[in-house]
Ligand binder design. Structure first.
Ligand SMILES: [Zn+2]
Length: 88
């Protein structure tokens, strides 16, 4: 299903292969995320911990992105409000 997304170019050695389904991943981070999402019941303790920390790191960058987008939206809102106040 996600075969194309996670395909590793031939001249690159994959950072790791999923021990459960054999799918290669370009970075260990992606591998850890894949294991946590696709094989949550089969993880051992260290894999689960790796997944939790990788996943919350991902969450942090998402939250920052969302904050930035919110900032842009607020700026746009005030810009439109100003335009409206001046021309209406
Ligand atoms: Zn897998």
């Amino acid at each position: 299903m996600s075969q194309i997304q996670t395909a590793v170019p031939k001249d690159e050695t994959p950072a790791g292969e999923c021990g459960y389904c054999g799918q290669p991943f370009p970075t260990t981070e992606r591998l850890v995320l894949h294991k946590g999402l696709e094989h949550p019941d089969q993880l051992d303790k260290s894999e689960r911990e790796a997944f939790t920390s990788t996943f919350s790191a991902e969450d942090d960058s998402l939250r920052q992105l969302r904050l930035k987008m919110l900032g842009v939206l607020i700026l746009l809102y005030f810009a439109f409000l100003m335009v409206y106040a001046v021309f209406a």
